[in-house]
Design a protein. Structure first.
Length: 271
């Protein structure tokens, strides 16, 4: 493992719940990510404004039947990304999902304040997200926003309603639990990334700019945690579905009895 993150960076991540590391995708790796994004959006026009779940799984796996390609898994398992995850998560790593977040120019909707943990059937609850900017991510085109330190209580907090409903702004943390004056806008250049904790409150404004905003998020949990494939889609809202989630052990060994590889949700029974 290469120590890509300094002790100071790790301390910042522990304190604030998020970090923009020095490492970024550049050159051919960034060009490839941008080209794959264009193809992903073109091939899935019915789900391009919002979340495209698990593009790293080919052959239309997942409830959205995403038309995708193998290169997404290469990004998700990038050795340097895994090196950073070892430093903040541990030696035993599970890649459990990835998501393309896209906001179209001038019409891309806001994403309300939320903590990801409210949506994930993982116990003990632990996940770290690496959100990679495909294009420049700025105030104008709705960069990610975070509230530093909002992870410290290790609680998901009270969310007003379920996942992204129109009625209540969707998955929003109750307003009294958020001090928006503390929010930080995480502007990123193409290829830069932000790492954040499952309990870190985050969201984004609508895209009022003339350029699209796209971010490819890959998520890892320590293999000491267990993913519940028997959880209900009604209780946990993961883009691409809950029960058919294909876990990939990317480093180390499983220590919690997780199911790996393709999952046929129709055949699932309690272990």
């Amino acid at each position: 493992m290469g120590n890509l993150l300094s002790d100071a960076e790790i301390a910042t991540y522990r304190r604030d719940g998020y970090l923009v590391p020095r490492f970024a995708l550049r050159g051919d790796e960034l060009t490839k990510l941008q080209a794959m994004t264009e193809r992903l959006l073109a091939n899935n026009p019915h789900i391009t404004d919002g979340t495209i779940g698990s593009p790293h799984l080919v052959n239309g796996k997942g409830s959205q039947n995403v038309v995708t390609e193998s290169g997404w898994l290469d990004v998700a398992r990038h050795p340097k990304i895994l090196d950073m995850m070892e430093q903040v998560v541990g030696l035993d790593l599970v890649l459990w999902t990835s998501t393309m977040f896209h906001k179209a120019p001038e019409i891309g909707p806001a994403t309300p304040w939320h903590r990801d943990g409210v949506f994930y059937p993982i116990e003990p609850l632990a996940t770290t997200t690496v959100w990679i900017a495909v294009y420049e991510s700025t105030l104008e085109n709705a960069c990610l926003r975070v509230i530093p330190g909002s992870h410290r209580a290790q609680q998901v907090g009270h969310h007003v309603t379920g996942h992204w409903s129109e009625r209540a702004g969707g998955g929003a943390i109750a307003p009294e639990e958020i001090d928006e004056a503390q929010a930080v806008d995480v502007e990123l250049k193409p290829g830069q990334m932000v790492i954040f904790d499952i309990y870190t409150a985050h969201g984004s404004r609508p895209n009022i700019g003339r350029r699209p905003r796209a971010g490819y998020a890959v998520r890892f949990f320590p293999a000491t945690s267990h993913y519940d494939h028997l959880a209900s889609d009604e209780d946990y809202k993961v883009a691409g579905g809950v029960r058919n989630r294909e876990l990939i052990l990317v480093r180390g060994r499983d220590r919690a009895g997780n199911r790996f590889g393709p999952v046929d949700e129709r055949a699932l029974v309690a272990p």
